[in-house]
Design a protein around this ligand. Structure first.
Ligand SMILES: NC(=O)c1ccc[n+]([C@@H]2O[C@H](COP(=O)([O-])OP(=O)(O)OC[C@H]3O[C@@H](n4cnc5c(N)ncnc54)[C@H](OP(=O)(O)O)[C@@H]3O)[C@@H](O)[C@H]2O)c1
Length: 299
């Protein structure tokens, strides 16, 4: 039961045996109360590079109570001054990051600046330190083919964090507000952390595309490719299960190489020699890696 009075709204909720009355402020006050409860309430921020990543993270910040001040790409960069704000998010393409940092450092900027590159470390923003800005990284381990403004998209995403203590602390606060996960990926690990991410995303799709190509050369219908995609989902789910149980991902490996089924492997290689000989080197390297990972998975 919900009753509204002049100054108070009374909500009665039925519990197991008795009615319990909760008194809450009127709707107007309730909205402002909700506002102050948002995890990033009042956090002021600007964006340099509101592209796919910049616009998405800006929307997630706003959804959690952040207040966006400015967002600019190339045209407004020379005027961007964010002094007095809590955060300057720098989400420009990697190749221009060093020059953008130098340009931004010509004016006083926010207390913290975070860039979203995976392969570059916090030091690329070092010029901003001279003006008192703490610098760091907030790299979302997620593909943004286009802006993804829905906050749901942030849930569970991993963020690689690095940089000055104040920057790392703010980055961790943002990730927590978004129900995401953050961990430090230090400068020395950045390049290979990023390379491994390309294996996990693009690498998997490359292998799926190769499977599709073989099916097409065999004249098989598109349903076979859909079947491969479903198979891949199942394999990824099994790997996730192994990880949740604290096992290496290799524990979830299946297939004739992992099983040691030599006869089937021989038949595969023979057929490949005839239909797609250019894929033999990849196949042999994959088999080697499968055996290596299978070994890790069984220890
Ligand atoms: N896309 C992804 O899947 C993904 C995932 C994780 C991390 N990241 C990283 O996030 C960063 C941004 O990537 P993105 O994919 O979002 O790029 P994007 O969609 O191409 O957007 C780039 C933004 O930067 C601006 N920009 C370009 N050159 C600039 C310059 N010289 N000065 C100022 N602003 C400039 C562009 O605005 P104007 O065109 O108006 O100048 C645009 O708003 C990169 O470090 C990337 O590695 C990307």
């Amino acid at each position: 039961m919900v009753t509204a009075g002049h100054s108070l709204v009374k909500i009665a909720i039925l519990q197991t045996a008795e009615d319990k009355e909760i008194v809450v402020p009127p709707a107007r006050c309730y909205r402002s109360l909700v506002g102050t409860l948002l995890p990033l309430h009042g956090l002021s921020f600007s964006v340099a590079g509101p592209g796919r990543v910049g616009a998405s993270l800006a929307a997630w910040l706003t959804a959690c109570g952040g207040r966006q001040q400015t967002a600019t790409g190339r045209t407004g960069l020379a005027e961007l001054a964010t002094a007095g704000q809590d955060l300057l998010l720098v989400a420009v393409p990697d190749p221009v990051l060093p020059a953008v940092a130098v340009e931004l450092a010509r004016r006083p900027q926010a207390a913290v600046a975070l860039h979203t590159s995976g392969s570059l470390d916090a030091e690329v923003l070092a010029p901003l330190r001279a003006g008192g800005t703490a610098v760091g990284t907030l790299h979302p381990l997620k593909a943004f083919p286009h802006p993804l403004p829905d906050l749901e998209q942030a849930r569970g995403v991993f963020f690689a964090v690095d940089g000055d203590p104040a920057a790392r602390a703010l980055a961790g606060r943002l990730a927590a507000a978004w129900d995401a996960e953050a961990a430090e990926v230090p400068a020395g690990a950045r390049s290979l952390y990023h390379f491994a991410a390309t294996l996990a995303a693009g690498g998997v799709v490359t292998l799926l595309a190769a499977a599709q190509e073989i099916a097409e050369r065999l004249g098989l219908p598109p349903a076979v490719t859909r079947g491969y995609l479903e198979l891949c989902k199942g394999a990824v789910a099994a790997a996730a299960e192994a990880h949740a149980e604290g096992q290496p991902l290799g524990a979830a490996l299946t297939g004739p190489v992992a099983r040691g089924d030599h006869a089937t492997v021989e038949r595969h290689l023979e057929a490949l020699r005839a239909l797609a000989p250019e894929k033999l080197p990849l196949t042999l390297e994959l088999a080697r890696e499968t055996l290596h990972q299978r070994g890790r998975g069984s220890t």
